[in-house]
Design a binder for this molecule. Structure first.
Ligand SMILES: Nc1ncnc2c1ncn2[C@@H]1O[C@H](COP(=O)(O)OP(=O)(O)OP(=O)(O)O)[C@@H](O)[C@H]1O
Length: 598
């Protein structure tokens, strides 16, 4: 009996449907199967032999099954009906041998197909992720992390199930249909014709159920996405949730989404439950037709009992294959929805890219920076973030950029690192427009210290050496000493091999900042951009951070973005930005801070 509604099948079908949790509507219409193959077939290069082997082995297994059923018919007539035990042993041994060989073929076929499928997934995921890594921040600013993760997992899997193992399934199922139908016709063509007339009924039932099943699976997928985003956002903001006593409301939120999910799953459950009996009724009708018609054929001497049983067995194999062909046809177009979403990522182009004529810097930069009449407006924004901004920074100089919130201070850093390009004007490094320098070379010469110290969940050592993975432990320790974090690291249970928790949560704000400073020291780039290095630190921690920061800045061109002027070093040149609507008026002045570091 064939049942399409198992929970595994539900997941299989639901994976093929791709929706965004954000807009709660299906994504753009699924792309055609042809386009999906056109786009993703090249990824099967190097794997096609595996898939071909999967097809051949599955066909061999199906042929063995055809032979096994023929033997079963023979045993029924020659042994059971004739009552001749002596004729039993040879076909019985052959039957056993065939069963073993069929099992081996089937195992090997599934194994190589799974290997091809997994390698395809690995290859495609690597390619999509590598492409994502080339995209500029504007791409990520406008998307939900959960949605991108779904594209890298479920959607890629949906593509594989269409282009890789899906194709193997179609070919082998078609071959099985031909073999089993051929064998049934070989036994009795007229009986076969009668029973084949029932095939459309199976397809019709499959179509009726699969259509509803697909809708239910789509709802399940949608609410699953919504549930995931509630869980992700709530757990990642736990301190906010607890500090604001919002635990119950978050739980209620999840419960609401969970109820929608429950309803969608129950619809799938009743469809699955009803489908089995419906197919069973059809199969019973078939069996009655076969037995009634077969009895008439036997009575007229055109068929033996063994032949009738073998015939029934061939049909028992044939109907499931027909059934899966029906399912493939129904679900394949839905699987294409995933490829639409993955294609969207692959088609996205970074807002900035290397010019064809760009070259790496010939030597380590001297650190001379010039902003020349730079204007910039973020995509989809009308108000410019920077307007006609001009200033220079000499090698080794420290410039403090300050100004009210939204004046464009961080934007200036993003332009220097070429996360975006100015709309007009230009930025020069050592007199060369940074668009004429390769991005890799430009970024090798600039270290950005973010507002919030961005750390990974690895060890202390991994995090300090992030910008120079080949650094020795001695170099890492030296950088940590200069950053004033070495003594603290020594108190940790595994010292430099101590994991620091997700995003460095096992560290205090000051310790995280010192680790980030050690990382910047080890990277040793000639230009330094410090974006609000004191954010989130209390007065005394901020003052203590200034000492390692001063060591980091020594001998480097530094742009320090801050609205907190209390701790800026003595004699720093200050640039005050004003919001762009007032044309980025800048005020340049030398100042002696009230809290100059010792
Ligand atoms: N990714 C973005 N997309 C669209 N607009 C942005 C983006 N980032 C910043 N902006 C806008 O650009 C302007 C300048 O932002 P920017 O972050 O450079 O200001 P800032 O001076 O660093 O502010 P703060 O001191 O609050 O960090 C703001 O109006 C802001 O809303």
């Amino acid at each position: 009996m064939v049942v399409i509604g198992s929970s595994r099948e539900s997941r299989w079908i639901s994976r093929r449907l791709s929706f965004t949790a954000r807009d709660r509507s299906p994504l753009a219409p699924a792309v055609t199967i042809r386009r999906t193959f056109g786009e993703f077939w090249p990824y099967t290069r190097g794997l096609r032999k595996l898939f071909a082997a999967g097809v051949v082995l599955a066909i061999m297994a199906a042929l063995c099954e055809v032979a096994t059923i023929a033997l079963f018919g023979y045993i029924t007539d020659a042994v059971l009906s004739a009552g001749d035990l002596g004729a039993f042993w040879r076909p019985a041994l052959a039957w056993l041998g065939l069963a073993v060989v069929a099992g081996l073929f089937s195992f090997a076929g599934s194994y190589v197909t799974a290997l091809g499928a997994e390698r395809f997934l690995l290859k495609l995921r690597d390619a999509v992720f590598a492409h994502l890594e080339t995209l500029t921040p504007d791409f990520f600013d406008n998307r939900k992390l959960g949605d991108l993760m779904a594209r890298l997992t479920d959607d890629i899997q949906a593509i594989e199930e269409l282009v890789g193992s899906g194709l193997v399934k179609v070919v082998t199922t078609l071959a099985s249909v031909i073999f089993f139908a051929g064998a049934a016709f070989y036994i009795r063509w007229d009986l076969a014709l009668v029973t084949m007339a029932l095939v459309p009924a199976f397809l019709l039932v499959s179509k009726l159920f699969a259509g509803r099943f697909r809708t239910a699976a789509a709802r399940e997928r949608l609410s699953n996405g919504a549930m995931n985003s509630v869980i992700e956002e709530s757990l990642s903001n736990q301190s906010l949730v607890q500090a604001y006593n919002r635990q119950r409301s978050e739980s209620r939120h999840l419960h609401r989404e969970g109820r929608t999910w429950l309803k969608a799953n129950m619809t799938q459950a009743w469809l699955s439950g009803a489908y089995g009996p419906a197919v069973q009724v059809l199969e019973t009708i078939c069996l009655i037709v076969i037995i009634g018609f077969g009895a008439w054929e036997i009575a007229s001497g055109r068929l033996t009992i063994g032949g009738l049983l073998a015939f029934a067995a061939y049909l028992a194999y044939l109907y499931p294959s027909v059934q899966s062909l029906g399912e493939i046809a129904l679900t394949v177009s839905e699987a294409a929805a995933g490829s639409d979403r993955v294609m969207e990522v692959l088609r996205a182009r970074p807002a900035v890219a290397d010019r064809a004529t760009a070259v790496p810097l010939a030597a380590r930069s001297r650190g001379y920076i010039e902003f020349a009449h730079v204007s910039f407006t973020y995509p989809k924004r009308r108000q410019p973030a920077l307007l006609n901004l001009s200033f220079t920074v000499s090698p080794g100089e420290l410039v403090v950029v300050t100004g009210p919130s939204g004046a464009g201070k961080s934007t200036l850093a993003k332009l220097l690192l070429r996360f975006y390009d100015p709309l007009t004007g230009g930025i020069l490094l050592d007199g060369t427009d940074i668009r004429d320098i390769t991005m890799a070379s430009l970024r090798d010469n600039i270290t950005l210290l973010h507002q919030e110290s961005l750390l990974f969940s690895g060890t202390v050592r991994d995090n300090i050496a992030y910008g120079r993975p080949e650094a020795t432990l001695d170099e890492v320790v030296q950088a940590a000493e200069l950053a004033g974090v070495h003594d603290f690291v020594n108190t940790l249970p595994q010292r430099y091999d101590t994991p620091i928790g997700q995003r460095g949560r096992l560290m205090s704000g000051g310790q995280r900042q010192r680790l980030a400073i050690a990382r910047a020291i080890l990277r040793d780039a000639p230009v330094l951009v410090l974006d609000e290095p004191m954010t989130g630190l209390d007065e005394s921690t901020a003052a203590r951070i200034m000492e390692p920061l001063a060591r980091l800045m020594e001998g480097r061109t530094t742009i320090m973005i801050t609205h907190d002027l209390r701790h800026v070093p003595a004699m720093a040149r200050t640039i005050t930005l004003e919001p762009a609507r007032r044309a980025n008026r800048i005020t340049l002045k030398h100042r002696t801070p009230r809290n100059a570091p010792a």
